[in-house]
Design a protein around this ligand. Sequence first.
Ligand code: GTP
Ligand code: MG
Length: 282
Amino acid sequence: MAGSKFAYVRNFELPDPLLPETFMVLRIDGHAFHRLSEEHNFVKPNDERALQLMDHAARDVMNEFKDIILAFGESDEYSFLFRRSASLYNRREAKILTTITSLFTSSYVFNWSKYLSDTPLKYCPSFDGRIVLYPTATVVRDYLSWRQADTHINNLYNTVFWALVLKGGQTTTEAHATLRGTVSSQKHEMLYSRFGINYNELPARFRKGSVLVREEVSDTTETRSGPETDKSTASDPGEPVPTSGKKAQKKKPRVRTTVELYHCDIIGDEFWDCRQNLLADS
Ligand code: GTP
Ligand code: MG
């Protein structure tokens, strides 16, 4: 069917493909969450309920987009790492960025009451998003190390800061002044000697952030060859598989995946040594 005389305006829509064979990292960040956390009385410095809600929204994104192999979250942000060969939406940047940012946001709102049941949502939260491309596995690891180091630096500062204010009776201005120029070991010492808090015994979720990783589940059942299946979409294990005749197909081991949540170190080698296939994308 011929288009209308107005159809030429389509030519103004420019393609926005992301470079192939590079690692995409999509990072979302809560818009004005300083205000959102105040207005909804988030616990200071860390509100476990709010962090669990972020993890829930990130898991929903990973369940929907199987090209995401790992996600890292802290505070009001989440980074999603795609496998290098991801080809979703023909790698169109705006399509990927807007779809995932809006899915995360709607999940955050949809699930709010499950985690903050006594705190009605007063207004619509929003998240910004960006996609950055990284050329090698080394740079991807450095990116994730940067975010986890940031988690540690912020959490140590915020933990001492709010101890000085809430337990030490300082004003926020005084607490900032107390901490100005202090190094990490002095903050640890201040926490322990003044407030009896051993930083290393605080919950790992606060110190390390959240790591959601797609893990392969070993499964001895064989199935028809086909694409990787997720736990949530796997075919019925009781379904008969043809073994002979015209319809019989080559069997290969079923690869199931689940998304697991950890609060562990991802700066050192151990996490990656245990998951050598994660960044070795062909
Ligand atoms: P933009 O991202 O630039 O829009 O600003 P923002 O206000 O969201 O600040 P930013 O992203 O730099 O930092 C996130 C802010 O969210 C923190 O500074 C805190 O004020 C707040 N926040 C995030 N998580 C928690 C939490 O668990 N408890 C509390 N009390 N506040 C939190
Ligand atoms: Mg923010």
